[in-house]
Design a protein around this ligand. Structure first.
Ligand SMILES: Cc1cc2nc3c(=O)[nH]c(=O)nc-3n(C[C@H](O)[C@H](O)[C@H](O)COP(=O)(O)O)c2cc1C
Length: 384
């Protein structure tokens, strides 16, 4: 395999294309095609655009030549899965598995499809999204809208089989509709999706921390979480399991740690830290806008949890670090705090599709500058 980093012509093309995408997104696409329409509509249009693009002959090849920066220093293995690079799209943007081909060719190391639920789910009443541009953030109130895991997971399997270099994780959550019942009903909902996902993706992420549902977050309680995983442990599955952790738990670190203590006794390989922010302290957000907060306002709290998890639990869990990653320095800090993998959503919307290339190229440079030979060498160096 030849790497872009080792081919001066391809490297120059990749650099120039990244600059072109950065300029076009900032000055043309974002102001005139994305941020000039309501975010719910912009999201639908983006999905439709990607679905059309992947069918245009030669376009995906061109995208790969232009944007996919490959470099041996970025290759990593986490939970037994090989990644071309540690960067992934976090759950929520590709709920129904429509973006895999585009993301694969743009050079994502992985993506998390979903969250998907046992029953098809219409989600909360619209609007689902409000932009908070002053904070590089989106207020999210989608309420787990998706086509249902019966339909989404077969698409994941197909996309995973066809992907050239990207790994695919599927996020499963509890259906958010008026059939929601007691704790056992919720556990059965997760179990059904877990059965469906077994063997059909690179990884499974169990989302226990959606802030926008009728049932609330009952599995952010240690006893309920223990009950849930006592059942999920029995679902035989070859791929590793991550748990999507909450941000701003009442009781903060001691409560967060009590969840990790429970998970450490179960068939859980990694934790994704973390989901949307709930507390609005210091943020000026209209009171009648509902939802969890993404982007920059999640950065510090998620970094702190990543570092504490790595220092207290050592290598027990792989960590996928999520929240407010806009720059290479921020991604690198998540890795130094203990993240094996790094995911993002908001910076893709605010900065554009070349964000993946910018982060990869920048990370490779920073690793070399600090004398590391691999991503793994840098994981957790600030958490010791
Ligand atoms: C539009 C949108 C939808 C989301 N939906 C989900 C979801 O379905 N499941 C989930 O686990 N997280 C969901 N999230 C949370 C993200 O996966 C991520 O944890 C959070 O946005 C912080 O990352 P960011 O700062 O890079 O956006 C969503 C976020 C956004 C912006």
């Amino acid at each position: 395999m030849s790497y872009v980093s080792e081919n001066s012509l391809h490297n120059a093309v990749n650099l120039a294309a990244t600059d072109l995408f950065t300029f076009s997104y900032k000055h043309i696409i974002k102001p005139h095609l994305v941020f000039n329409i309501p975010p719910d509509e912009a999201h639908d249009r983006m999905i439709a655009f990607c679905k059309i693009s992947e069918r245009v002959p030669g376009l995906m090849w061109l995208l790969r030549q232009m944007l996919d920066y490959t470099d041996p220093i970025l290759q990593t293995q986490v939970m037994g899965v090989d990644f071309a690079n540690p960067f992934g799209l976090s759950a929520g943007l590709d709920k129904n598995c429509d973006l895999c081909t585009v993301l694969d060719n743009a050079g994502f190391g992985f993506e998390t499809v979903g969250s998907t639920t046992a029953r098809p789910c219409a989600g909360n009443a619209k609007p689902w999204y409000h932009r908070l541009p002053q904070y590089d953030s989106l207020l999210v109130h989608a309420g787990l809208a998706n086509d249902g895991s019966e339909f989404v997971i077969p698409r994941v399997e197909k996309a995973w089989t066809n992907a050239k270099s990207m790994q695919i994780s599927v996020s499963i959550a509890r259906t958010n509709d008026n059939l929601v019942g007691d704790l056992d009903e919720g556990i059965e909902d997760y179990r059904i999706s877990m059965e469906r996902a077994s063997g059909k993706s690179s990884m499974i992420e169990v989302n226990i921390s959606c802030p926008n549902t009728m049932a609330g977050e009952p599995f952010s309680n240690p006893d309920a979480l223990d009950k849930l995983f006592s059942v999920l442990d029995k679902v035989s599955r070859p791929q590793p399991t991550l748990v999507k952790m909450p941000l701003n738990l009442k009781g903060e670190w001691p409560q967060f740690k009590s969840l990790l203590d429970v998970l450490s006794e179960h068939k859980v390989d990694g934790v994704s830290i973390a989901n949307l922010r709930k507390n609005r302290d210091g943020l000026d957000i209209p009171a009648d806008w509902q939802g969890g907060i993404s982007g920059a306002p999640t950065y510090n709290a998620s970094n702190d949890l990543i570092k504490r998890t790595r220092s207290e639990f050592g290598s027990r869990f792989a960590i996928a670090g999520i929240g407010g990653v806009f720059t290479t320095e921020q991604a690198y800090q998540k890795i130094r705090n203990g993240a094996d993998l790094v995911m993002f959503v908001s910076s893709l919307m605010y900065r554009g599709p070349q964000q993946i290339t910018t982060l990869k190229r920048g990370l490779a440079k920073m690793l070399r500058k600090d004398g590391f030979n691999s991503v793994k060498d840098a994981v957790g160096v600030d958490a010791l």
